[in-house]
Design a protein around this ligand. Structure first.
Ligand SMILES: [Fe+2]
Ligand SMILES: [Fe+2]
Length: 349
């Protein structure tokens, strides 16, 4: 039930070319306690007034010059598809017009000459339905918003857990978590420039930080060795690709599958000289090829224990040099085209 004060606070719009009829209606509603009543004798103004007032009840005459009640209802229906239009038709017309009015969106009729109680009861019924309709709509919107907030919360938490895990792996290696941050941004930007959809780009953004997760399983004596690695030690380092893929394998999650592919393929090279499988060209999954560019770009353009950060220009010159050998040439072209975005991420650190 809707409380009386809300019923009487409802906004009412009355449209009738006959000023006398309007005055009678207004008086009945006024005296009953309704406070927001707008009237017009000009039917061509009805639609604009509806938009402005958003009434909870429209009292609408059918037979008017210039624009009849049917034309008004037709316009209102087009403007408010699916909405509950609270239209009460004022009529002295014959039966057949009433059916037509119902089909056109009228909810009920008021017969002329008006009877006070008839006007009030029928008005109240429509207003009540209209207010309940609005309440349900608002409740649904609130519910939708709550659900969306919770979905976002779950997504954010997932992303954060993944990033923290990735950072944990990286901390042993480079001593900072920043590589993960920049590299995932570069990967996403490159993927979008290459034609990935926004959704795929987001997925790559989430999955790429796990590319070196396999390093968790590499012994400290090798991973943290300050001096140059012996060839057999480097062979062990290379296994971080396979180990990472194994850690991520067997999941049904699209995201973990992508992360697995990236872990396995981010050290493959376009000419087939990479590892672990030595596959070449487009045999290398695109996500692996993209992450290879982003990973090397960041490794060169940031401080590492064994070298200082290169400038973007110097790094790009190196990538260009390895276009078609280490890197997919098309990806280097795409990477060239997004230098502004790349610089923005680079400058943040
Ligand atoms: Fe790696
Ligand atoms: Fe990396």
């Amino acid at each position: 039930m809707i409380p009386d004060e809300r019923i009487f606070a409802a906004r009412i719009l009355a449209v009738d070319d006959n000023i006398l009829n309007l005055q009678i209606l207004k008086k009945i509603l006024d005296q009953a306690g309704f406070i927001h009543i707008t009237t017009t004798t000009d039917p061509t103004k009805a639609v604009d007034l509806y938009k402005e007032i958003r009434p909870d009840l429209v009292l609408l005459d059918l037979n008017m010059p210039k624009m009849d009640g049917f034309a008004v209802m037709a316009q209102l229906s087009i403007l408010n598809p699916g909405d509950y239009l609270p239209i009460l038709v004022l009529t002295a017309e014959e039966e057949s017009l009433r059916f037509k009015a119902l089909q056109s969106g009228a909810k009920d009729f008021l017969h002329k000459p008006y009877e006070r109680l008839d006007v009030l009861l029928r008005s109240r019924n429509i207003i009540e339905v209209r207010l309940l309709y609005k309440q349900i709509k608002d409740d649904n919107a609130t519910l939708d918003q709550k659900v969306n907030e919770q979905i976002k919360e779950i997504r954010d938490t997932r992303l954060e857990v993944i990033r923290r895990l990735a950072v944990a792996a990286e901390l042993r290696d480079t001593g900072t978590g920043q590589h993960i941050y920049r590299m995932s941004h570069y990967s996403k930007a490159l993927a979008l420039a290459f034609g990935f959809t926004k959704e795929q780009g987001e997925l790559l953004f989430t999955a790429s930080p796990l590319h070196d997760i396999g390093k968790i399983a590499i012994p400290d004596s090798i991973l943290l060795k300050p001096s140059r690695l012996e060839p057999h030690e480097f062979e062990i380092i290379k296994t971080h690709t396979i180990l990472g893929a194994q850690m991520l394998a067997g999941s049904n999650s699209v995201f973990l599958k992508m992360a697995e592919t990236i872990a396995l393929n981010h050290h493959e090279k376009w000419d087939g000289s990479g590892y672990p499988q030595g596959i070449r060209g487009e045999e290398i999954p695109i996500t692996g090829r993209i992450c290879a560019v982003a990973d090397v770009f960041d490794a060169l353009s940031s401080d590492r224990p064994y070298k200082g950060a290169w400038t973007i220009e110097k790094t790009m010159a190196e990538l260009r040099k390895q276009k078609g050998t280490h890197f997919d040439p098309k990806l280097i072209d795409a990477f060239e085209s997004i230098q502004k975005e790349i610089k923005a991420v680079y400058d943040q650190n």
